[in-house]
Design a protein around this ligand. Sequence first.
Ligand code: 5CA
Length: 437
Amino acid sequence: MLLSKLFIPITKDLPSEAKIKSHQLMLRTGMIRQSSAGIYSWLPLGFKVMKKIETIVREEQNNIGAQEMLMPTIQSADIWKESGRYDDYGEEMLRISDRQKREMLYGPTNEEQITDIFRSSVKSYKLLPQIFYHIQWKFRDELRPRFGVMRCREFYMKDAYSFDLSEDAAVLSYNKMFYAYLKTFQRLGLKSIPMKAETGPIGGDLSHEFIILADTGESKIFADKRIFEVPINDYKDIDASLKKMRSDFSKFYAVTDDKFKSEDFDKNVEKNNQIQTKGIEVGHIFYFGDKYSKPMNCSVDAKDGKKVFVKMGSYGIGVSRLVAAIIEAKYIDEKMKWPKAVAPFDVVIIPAINKNDNSNLEKARKIYEELKGKNLDVLLDDVEENISNKFKKHDLLGIPYQIIIGSKTTKDKLEFKEIDKNSEMMELGKIIKLLKK
Ligand code: 5CA
């Protein structure tokens, strides 16, 4: 992509409404634009990063056998009345009526809708277990939307739902998802910690929040610091090892403020292992048994012919929130630093362009074509602008690698720079190898 053709409306001014770094940087680099309170448009750069995150989320869901589908954003109020949540959900739910005066709503989550789909087509235990997921926009009329896409009203979520015959089987589905979450956040370059959590309006009694550390996080966390060292091994689909992995994490105390009791903290964690810090909730998983299947009469025939209400869990990842969360976790000073897996581009080529001499730009174009031919996602900064302004701009954009074409360039070596390191002179072949790694 040529920078001259790319729509990145970078602004110099610090947006006054933005209180945290990710919100400031996302506005300054034109990743998002507010359309009304807590509702954002995703401009090309922001959208590209979000799509890369979505792909990783999808791959890890597919990897544990979850099946992708797509449910609508607008739901009928009837199913929510059946589950009993229509009144309970309160003002966070955006209620709409259609031209026939039918009560509709913009879905804040999809437990009712998936239960309705499931009960109308699955009648036998033979079709269990099942895990479905979709990646879809949600709307929650938050009282105080804030911090940009971190806590907004319209947001993009991966939500998955599991259906099992027994509680034991359901816990296995829960463990699979627990593992998929750890893997997903690891691939995104994040260290996530599963913490025991309250279930809130989703319900149930088994729940974990996945938190990443960041000073600006809204969740207060209290943990045994050894939980940060628990390894995430590659588990095959074996029940026992998944169970072991969850129990490896469970050995160490880690809770958010709503579950925190100082006497428990002191009893379970030695003073020198205690940490109190802040984090961002990027995912949340729940097991709630028959909370929805019972009132919505979603049952299957078991082997002995008896009707059994299916045991369900639900599992969310804030895909749009992750864009901001990654910035919060990674930025250094004023500089954005995208992990390679989700960076908007693999590398940017920055030629020093002089009004009377096109030779650097010509060289840069050749390298650009060569890198594109190697399937790299390359940005060429072909804008005629002072080189120091260019560097400032690219510090802001945070593309992990830069190739600088200027006075240091020789016949066979180019100036190559990893974003927060010193540059070194390198042959193009070696650069390509490094970028492809
Ligand atoms: N039904 C369950 C699981 S599918 C559920 O809705 N869980 S949740 O309420 O915890 O949301 C899942 C994830 O969505 C959260 O972990 C968070 O990352 C993201 N999220 C929730 N509310 C918002 C919001 N207002 N703005 C941005 N992201 C949000």
